[in-house]
Design a protein around this ligand. Structure first.
Ligand code: HSE
Length: 411
């Protein structure tokens, strides 16, 4: 029998406890070992629960208990989570976490400690909730050189954008509906400003390209400034707007990594991912494109990924799993400004027809698609492909465009 401790009994933690206790016999068959949830660390009291006797408020009782071989961290945040996870790994316990903030900030260091101590540090639930993506990337796609990982990594923002596109719902109303349905947090900043997607693309990029990517290295834009107007124009260009996390290998030594709202052409598979669903496309040189799709958030989907990692730890108590990446470097992540892209531009102008002539002169009239809206005095266009910085420079040079909104386009 292997004893497990759980740190945190919030949404995901309670799901983990329910699965470990409720599926005990099935899990024992799969792990070829009985897995016993011995202790749950939480500062709150849960007197109403049938397993209330398992609770402790004392981390040291977990750390000092040599019979506990696997510890699950689902407390969130970095401060205490980092301190406790590090201490558990140093004490020779395997650790499973769903905490993307922790892995994005400290993943390399914690993986290194796990390697030195010959224990496992697994975090499948940190990206894509219940979607198996990290293990398949590290294991099933390991024969490939991965050139790109791009995905819709946040369920809350995808729900909001879906409502804006399909029901013409303004951003604020869609956000409040997401909160009412329990998708968005009371403070939705991390979701709508892109920080949650940023942490996830850091983890995916580290795994895909073998080197730690820190959140500060990822240029991150959210969706809070998007308007229904852009959503409507995107539709007229046969596109939908999605919040994208994207990491690309550039020259073998560097990568780009960004989070931004983009116009996605309806011919690209990510355009069909709606509501709270997440999808991650991984581009390998041998396999081509592979997409991982499913519920990226929620109590039981996320807990299912955590418990699967616990079972994996129990099955590999004396062997290391395959997850590892090197330390990051300050100049490792470079700007996308030298990459090729097309840009969507919406700007006000007193004379859309004459602005169209200036735009055609700057970009060539065959390859740009322009909408002139005389009633709102707006002009909207998509540039031909080009180096992003050069395209932006040309746009800045068009003095006829006032307050342009600029978004990248993915075909
Ligand atoms: N708040 C996240 C989302 C789930 O909406 O996708 C946890 O990462």
């Amino acid at each position: 029998m292997i004893n497990v401790a759980l740190m945190g009994h919030g949404v995901v933690g309670s799901g983990v406890a329910e699965i470990l206790l409720g599926h005990k016999a099935d899990i024992a068959k799969k792990a070829k070992e009985e897995i016993c949830l011995k202790t749950i660390l939480d500062l709150r009291d849960f007197e109403e629960l049938p397993y209330r006797d398992l609770f402790t408020k004392d981390f040291a009782s977990i750390l000092q208990d040599d019979s506990i071989r696997v510890v699950v961290e689902v407390m969130g945040g970095v401060t205490f989570a980092y301190e406790y996870v590090k201490a558990c790994l140093l004490a020779g316990k395997s650790v499973v976490t769903s905490n993307k903030e922790l892995v994005a900030a400290k993943g390399h260091e914690l993986l290194q400690i796990a390697e030195e101590k010959n224990v496992n540090f697994l975090f499948e639930a940190s990206v894509g909730g219940g979607i198996p993506v990290l293990r398949p990337m590290a294991q099933c796609l390991s024969a490939n050189r991965i050139s790109e990982v791009v995905g819709i990594l946040n369920g809350t923002t995808n729900f909001i954008l879906t409502k804006m596109v399909t029901e013409n719902m303004p951003f604020a109303q869609a956000l409040s509906l997401a909160q009412k349905l329990g998708y968005a947090e009371k403070d939705p900043t991390a979701d709508i400003e892109g920080h949650d997607s940023c942490r996830k693309i850091c983890i995916l990029a580290a795994l895909a390209f073998g080197r730690h990517v820190y959140p500060e290295q990822v240029s991150t834009e959210g969706i809070s400034t998007l308007s229904l107007t852009d959503v409507e124009y995107a539709d007229r260009f046969n596109c939908v707007i999605k919040l994208i996390g994207r990491a690309k290998q550039t020259d073998g030594e560097h990568i780009t990594a960004d989070v931004y709202p983009a116009l996605i052409n309806r011919s690209f598979i990510l355009s069909g991912v709606h509501d709270v669903f997440n999808a991650i496309v991984v581009r390998g040189d041998c396999v081509g494109d592979v997409m991982f799709y499913g519920r990226g958030a929620g109590k039981m989907p996320t807990a299912s990924a955590v418990v699967a990692d616990v079972i994996d730890c129990v099955k590999h108590l004396t062997a290391r799993k395959y997850l590892y990446w090197e330390e990051g470097a300050p100049d490792y992540v470079v700007s996308t400004r030298s990459s090729q892209t097309r840009l969507y531009v919406r700007a006000t102008n007193g004379h859309p027809a004459s602005a169209a002539v200036a735009i055609a002169k700057a970009f060539g009239d065959d390859s740009i698609f322009t909408i002139k809206n005389n009633s709102s005095q707006e002009i909207v266009f998509i540039t031909p492909p080009g180096q992003e910085s050069a395209l932006r420079q040309k746009i800045a040079g068009l003095t006829c465009l006032h307050d342009p909104v600029i978004l990248r386009v993915i075909d």
